[in-house]
Structures are given as C-alpha cells and as structure tokens.
Write a protein that binds this ligand. Structure first.
Ligand code: TRP
Length: 398
C-alpha cells in the first residue's frame, strides 16, 4: 500500500500530499477518506454524542472539523452499555511558537474528556522531533516542557490526565509493547505505509512503534493495571492516520484491541495556498503569542479573500465562500451558529463586505488567543511536574 510514495510523485503536479511529515497541495478530504480507508463521521453519530453526553456537541463536531473516524461507533456502543475508555493524543514539540492550528486537537480532546469523563494520556514525541528536525536531544526535551505548558493551558484536569515525554517515559511495559509491535512490521511494510527510503536513518524506521504503544492500556501499568481490555480513542489530525493504520493492523496479532480514531481536517493557511497552517511561515500563521494588533494586521493584510475587488462589485456578486479564509476561520472558531449563518448569508449575497468579516474574525481570534495567553501565564513548573509525574489516577473515571 504505497500511498504516500504515490503522493510524492503526484506532488509535482501540486496534488495533495498527506503524511505525518508533510501536508501540502489542495486537500480533497473525500479522496483522503477513500485512500486511507477510514469512515466519514455522519450526523447521526454526532446526534448520538449529544444524547450520550447530554450536552451540545463541540463546535468542531457540529462544523465538521473532526470529520472522519475509525470505529468511533464502537466506542459509543460500549459507552452506552456503561463501558468507559481512555483518550490518547500527542504533540511533536518542534517549535516554541504554537499557532492556532496546534490548539485544535487539544481543545477538542478537552471537550471529550469533560463530556465523557474519561482519562487521557498525552504523548510528547520529543524523540520524533529530534529525529526528523535538526534539534538536539536537550533542546527537544526543553521544547516538550514548554509545549506541555500550552497544552495544560487548554484546561485539562490533572486528576484525569497523564502527560509524558518519550525521552523520559519510554521503558518498562511501554517498551515491551514497542518491541511487540516492531516484531510485527517488516521493513517492506513500513516503507509501504510511511514511504521510508534507504537514505533514511534507522532512528526514523524505528520510531513508529513509539507512537503506537500508547494505544494499548498495558503501556501504562500505573494507570490501567489489569485493564488490558480498556478501549482507546485517539483524537488527531488525519495526517497521523498512517501510524494508527499500522497500530490497528498489528493489534489483533498481539491479542490487543484496535484503538479507535476521530480525525480532523487541517487548519488552513492564512493565505489559502497550502494544505495547512505552517509554524515556520509567520505570514501564514497566527501564533498564540500574537498581540491583538498582530492579529488584526495579519487578517487584514494576509487572509485570502473570496470577496470582490470593489465594494460595488461585492454588493452585486457577493463573495466566494469556498475560498474565503476569514469565513473558514470563523466556521472553526465562532461558536454562535445563528451568527455564523447570518454572516454566511450576508457575505455570500454581497450585503456584507470582506472588511466587516475580517474585523469580526479578528475579535473572535483575539479573544481566544488572549484567553490562552492568560491561562498559559498561570501554568507553573510545579503544575507541569504534577501532570508529568508517573502516578495512579484513582478518580479518572468520575
Ligand atoms: N506525531 C505527532 C506530531 O508530530 C505527535 C503525536 C504522538 C500524536 N502521538 C499522537 C498526535 C497521537 C496525535 C495523536 O505532532
């Protein structure tokens, strides 16, 4: 299944490339679902989430930001019968400057943790970033701790959440699972899944079992002793799918359950060019450290507009919302469904101008970024230690 390799060839004609290390081109999500073999999340499942949790589904579910899954229905079936599960997500700490797109999986995971009242493990793959980027072990570990502060600032519950860095935690039962996984995957197979070549260092080839191991409860004996059948749900962006395709493939051979997945689309680039917001291009990203002025300026100057060149023309023809980045961002972050619908109608028909849409977006994003900044400033080193200590979580299902 040389999916990613094929993508590399296609990239020359600016086709989509989606793998854990590169996302570019215009993304066709229907095609991606077909290619990866996951399922589309449908309205009936979202209604079910609402019924089971007795709360309005998160805006990222209502608006289709999380749009694909594997076996999420089984998680819901089990939950309905009274069986709990645990959540697993992660981050590769490659930069200090987090942008809005980085917060999306964590905002969503926090909602899942609260709504379903379940424990959560968060893997900081400092090893992965040290291997793929030109970053030293020491620097990767420092970035992991810095990123942990941003993650904690999203509001996770310390009585239900274990955050770990691979460099610190890998060993013991976790390592046993890595080796078991690794024994099931040949080099040919992993080359097919990940597109590795003979030029890649063997650290890369050895990495996928590290990301697979947290999908199995036995990797966390301090959390889930004797609970080897506990289900795992992984919220992630769809570029992480290859890791978990491999994980699901090997699980039955190890006598383990396959983890379930709920997968998001990418947060688009401000300029509307690439597949997703990139941390390395300040023109294309809004960082969680940006000031209100920065945000206003970037949106005004950089956000690709589907509106017409002149207000006269806009009033006559209306905007092309398919390509309008400001509207897309509002659909991620403006929680009020009625207001979004009103903007949709007025902007599309032409009675609302791009400037007004951008001004509203700047307000919405500034509020989110400022809330995050305040929360992050309140995160102390002691709090990071508390989340990262290897410890039981006795009240994790309450
Ligand atoms: N590989 C991911 C990244 O580079 C980090 C990660 C590890 C992750 N485990 C995960 C992401 C589980 C989502 C779910 O960001």
């Amino acid at each position: 299944m040389a999916v990613e390799k094929k993508d590399e060839q296609e990239s020359e004609s600016s086709e989509q490339v989606v793998n854990p290390w590169e996302v570019s081109g215009k993304i066709d999500y229907d095609r991606l679902i077909d290619k990866f073999g996951c399922q589309r999340l449908d309205v009936s499942m979202i209604d079910r989430v609402q019924r089971l949790t007795s709360r309005q589904p998160h805006v990222f579910l209502r608006r289709g930001v999380f749009f694909a899954h594997r076996d999420f229905n089984e998680i819901l079936d089990a939950y309905e019968r009274g069986d709990k599960f645990y959540l697993y997500t992660g981050r590769g700490p490659s930069s200090e400057a987090l942008h809005l797109g980085h917060l999306i999986p964590f905002m969503f995971t926090k909602y899942l943790q609260e709504a379903f009242k379940v424990p959560l493990v968060i893997q900081l793959t400092d090893d992965e970033k040290c291997i793929w980027k030109n970053i030293s072990v020491k620097e990767s570990k420092r970035l992991a701790r810095e990123n942990a502060k941003d993650i904690i600032a999203c509001g996770f519950d310390v009585t239900k959440t274990f955050i770990f860095s691979d460099f610190d935690y890998v060993g013991g039962a976790f390592y046993e699972n890595m080796v078991k996984v690794g024994k099931c995957v040949t080099l040919n197979k992993s080359t097919g899944i990940f597109g590795f070549s003979g030029q890649d260092c063997i650290a890369k080839i050895g990495f996928p079992p590290v990301q697979a191991a947290p999908s199995f409860p036995s990797s966390f004996p301090h959390l889930f002793p004797g609970m080897n059948n506990l289900r795992c749900l992984i919220p992630c962006a769809i570029d992480q799918d290859p890791y978990f395709r491999m994980t699901r493939d090997v699980a039955p051979r190890l006598g383990y359950r396959k983890p379930a997945l709920i997968e998001s689309s990418f947060f688009p680039d401000l300029q509307g060019e690439n597949g997703k917001m990139s941390a390395s291009n300040p023109n294309s990203a809004i960082y969680v450290t940006d000031s209100a002025e920065d945000i206003k300026y970037k949106i005004k100057k950089r956000a690709f507009s589907g509106g017409q060149d002149s207000s006269k023309k806009q009033e006559g023809v209306g905007a092309n919302l398919e390509v309008d980045v400001s509207f897309k961002y509002l659909s991620f972050f403006l929680e009020d469904d009625a207001e979004l619908e009103q903007i949709f109608q007025e902007y599309k028909e032409g009675s609302m101008l791009t400037g007004a849409v951008k001004a509203r977006l700047a307000e919405v994003l500034t509020e989110i970024v400022e809330r995050h900044r305040r929360a992050r400033a309140a995160v102390t080193d002691e709090m990071v230690d508390a989340f990262m200590t290897v410890r039981p979580l006795p009240r994790m299902f309450e």
